[in-house]
Design a protein around this ligand. Structure first.
Ligand code: ZN
Length: 274
């Protein structure tokens, strides 16, 4: 979080301590971010849930509404937000647009994917908790979406990596029951349980040695093709993901069952965040 020191001609930015009661320290605050939700209370006022770098999510009043801030508080638009914390409320004072992601709005699959990310984040983030690694993942994913990369592959990558940031992602390397490597190369399918993907021994066992988290929607198994794509999409660096995207997109687009399987697996990954 950055707090602006008034009267300092060269910006005077300094870090301040996390705020204990979901309220920022009194004064002006400036940070990059994006509006996740907007509620119109009247034609000239509203409230926004804003996801900010260095701060996390906040609810801020937006006096003047969309007419005053124009595209700055539209969905998917990233900006540099200037906020003012009074003793009672947080107000939005100004937004300088950084990226409007207009190209994302022109493609229905990309639009739906971006809308899902905004919805999942607005449901799961807690006010007052900084999530800088997650906002970086979100920004990078939106950039890749705007570059016309596969929304399905980006969605799987986003869901798994977010779950991994929170330490709840199913392992793509080790069996959660016994810790042995998943060794997917010579298997036609990789079985799964609510705890994650299983090795052959644990999959054969009638009763897992320990219960996993209560995730509804765990697939019985995923095919080797799907698992390979999930691993590539989820684990690789952004650079490697972009390099392999065309090949993986081609494999997925030739198989409707594979596409469906990946879609369902992405939903399963989101369920780990509940
Ligand atoms: Zn095992």
């Amino acid at each position: 979080m950055e707090k602006i020191e008034r009267g300092n001609p060269d910006g005077g930015l300094r870090a301040v301590a996390p705020f204990p009661d979901d309220r920022l320290p009194h004064g002006d605050h400036r940070a990059d971010g994006v509006v996740l939700l907007r509620r119109e209370e009247s034609p000239k006022s509203g409230r926004c849930m804003i996801f900010l770098r260095g701060i996390g999510v906040v609810w801020a009043a937006a006096p003047g509404g969309g007419g005053r801030f124009r595209g700055g508080i539209e969905p998917f638009t990233w900006g540099n937000f200037l906020l003012y914390q009074s003793p009672r409320s947080l107000y939005l004072k100004n937004v300088e647009i950084i990226e409007d992601f207009f190209s994302v709005r022109r493609s229905a699959p990309a639009l739906m994917c971006a809308a899902r990310w905004h919805k999942e984040l607005s449901r799961r983030l807690m006010p007052g908790h900084e999530e800088d690694a997650l906002i970086s993942l979100f920004w990078g994913s939106m950039k890749n979406l705007s570059r016309n990369l596969s929304p399905l592959l980006l969605d799987i990558r986003f869901a798994w990596r977010w779950a991994n940031l929170w330490g709840v992602a199913p392992s793509l390397d080790q069996c959660p029951e016994c810790g042995s490597p998943l060794a997917s190369a010579d298997r036609d399918s990789i079985p799964a349980s609510p705890a994650g993907f299983l090795c052959e021994t644990c999959a054969r066992s009638a009763r897992p040695r320990r219960a996993g988290p209560p995730n509804a929607g765990a697939p019985a198994s995923v095919t080797r093709d799907a698992f390979g794509i999930i691993r590539a999409s989820s684990c690789d660096s952004a650079k490697n993901f972009v390099r392999g995207e065309a090949a993986n997109r081609a494999i997925v687009s030739n198989s409707k069952p594979l596409e469906k399987e990946l879609r369902e697996t992405a939903r399963w990954f989101y369920s780990f965040l509940s």
